[in-house]
Design a protein around this ligand. Structure first.
Ligand code: UD1
Length: 422
């Protein structure tokens, strides 16, 4: 992957056209971690080629996996991935590195990692991850910047999460797969990536014959309870197992149905955008995105996602009137506001609420992405600004967006990747 130095945007042009939506980073990473539970080859079809996926691939290789790409499909052969230690130089770069603990413990009864990195958007402790591993029988010690865990054998148990955490739920699911007996997780996160992991795991178990698993996800979904009954591995998986059951058209219809339902449930935002789903495509007409929002609060799924908070702030900065955003998941996720202000936006943070006096003209200048979604927000603001905006810190944007420049160029938003081409 070529690293982008700087994204240069000539803004102020209306967007129209059609783009393919990439696979989800937050769905791909736990599925890659789940490959460690297998002793055969797994294939992620349509896997996004983004730097976080490459980093997870490097970690799996370090643990002994063989990996390769065929176009957009990622092959992971974990037959010999018996490593039990993730060095800090890898773990410190990505939050999802920590969810490998449960899989390593299930497989090798030992796991060691440095603290996970990722976007600096709040404290992001790992207490719930450690709690669920302990609940399943692991001894976990935090010492000298490392988390070390070991177990005789993981054993199924019941866990009550005090807080809904996407990563800790994934950790619990992955640890439960090779644990003896039934695990019940209460107070789970139920973001689409969790749902997806729960669909994939039993299917994979059935197809490989290596793990038999019943995940009574749908039955108890409303009460945020997952029951995972897994039995010992009995057979090594004989050949590649593909994780793309649905045909592309069918799969994208499924995603689009979910996406539409989700959007419609957000107060106000659903009214911003006219959208219609036709044959696996989402058709969006943004002409109604013209009124401010009295209060937009981030919530766990199915509430408004924290990952869209900064992009929403950029959009609200362009809409006349006063809007407010309250970030309720991560305590330090307003960093983008000051860069938007540099572009001409008027945003004040008061008592944890961002007050946006929208409709001020935005003007291109040099700005810096400090984290992934905030970087995407700056690209959005740059598209609306007059003149040229230079966005630095592109390594953050590349962690999660595969073809952001190509896609927005295709929609007429003229983006140039690096300073050399201007
Ligand atoms: C995941 C997503 C991230 C998204 C977030 C919330 C990935 C790779 N990242 O991050 O894009 O913004 O979900 O939807 O999937 N917490 C604790 N203790 C813990 C774990 C979390 O207190 O052990 C807190 C966090 O500080 C935060 C809240 O729980 O305030 C939710 O975090 P969590 O859902 O765990 O986020 P991640 O899994 O890190």
């Amino acid at each position: 992957m070529n690293e982008i130095d700087e994204i240069i945007v000539t803004g102020g042009r209306p967007l129209h056209g059609s783009v393919r939506i990439q696979g989800s980073k937050n769905a791909a990473l736990p599925v890659m971690a789940a490959a460690l539970l297998s002793t055969g080859t797994s294939v992620l079809r349509g896997c996004p080629r983004i730097s976080d996926v490459y980093l997870m691939e490097k970690i799996l290789k370090y643990l002994g996996a063989e990996t390769w790409w065929e176009g957009q499909d990622l092959y992971l052969d974990c037959s010999h991935a018996d490593g039990t230690m993730i060095p800090e130089c890898y773990s410190g770069k990505m939050r999802s590195s920590v969810i490998l603990m449960g899989a390593m413990l299930g497989r090798s009864k030992k796991a060691q990692t440095g603290y996970p990195g990722g976007c600096v958007i709040g404290k992001r402790p790992v207490d719930l991850h450690i709690q669920v591993l302990r609940r399943l029988g692991a001894a976990v010690v935090e010492n000298g910047g490392m988390i070390r865990a070991s177990c005789g054998k993981l054993r199924g148990a019941e866990m009550f999460f005090q807080k809904r955490s996407v990563g800790a739920t994934e950790q619990g699911i992955l640890a439960a797969v090779l644990a003896e007996g039934k695990t019940v997780l209460n107070g789970c996160a139920c973001e689409p990536e969790i749902y997806w992991l729960c669909i994939i795991l039993p299917e994979w178990g059935q197809r490989s014959g290596s793990v038999k698993m019943a995940v009574s996800v749908l039955k108890e979904w409303r009460s945020l309870k997952l029951a995972i009954a897994a039995f010992h591995q009995t057979v090594l998986s004989p050949g590649p197992i593909s994780w793309q059951r649905r045909q592309p058209e069918e799969r994208s219809s499924w995603k689009i149905r979910l996406w539409r339902k989700w959007m419609e449930s957000w107060t106000y935002i659903g009214k911003w955008v006219d959208n219609a789903a036709v044959g696996g495509k989402l058709i969006v007409n943004g002409k109604n995105a013209g009124f401010p929002l009295e209060l937009l609060e981030t919530e766990v799924y199915p509430g408004f996602p924290t990952d869209l908070q900064s992009p929403a702030m950029a959009v609200l900065a362009t809409i006349p009137g006063v809007s407010r955003i309250r970030e309720k998941i991560f305590e330090d996720r307003y960093k983008t506001a000051s860069w938007l202000c540099k572009m001409g936006a008027q945003i004040q943070i008061r008592d944890g609420v961002a007050v946006i006096y929208g409709g001020q003209p935005l003007t291109g200048c040099t700005v810096e992405a400090e984290e992934l979604r905030g970087g995407a927000a700056l690209v959005i603001a740059a598209l609306a600004a007059q003149g040229i905006t230079r966005i630095r810190g592109c390594c953050f944007i590349e962690r999660g967006y595969e073809h952001i420049c190509e896609d927005l160029t295709a929609l007429g938003g003229l983006l140039i990747k690096d300073r050399g081409t201007l």
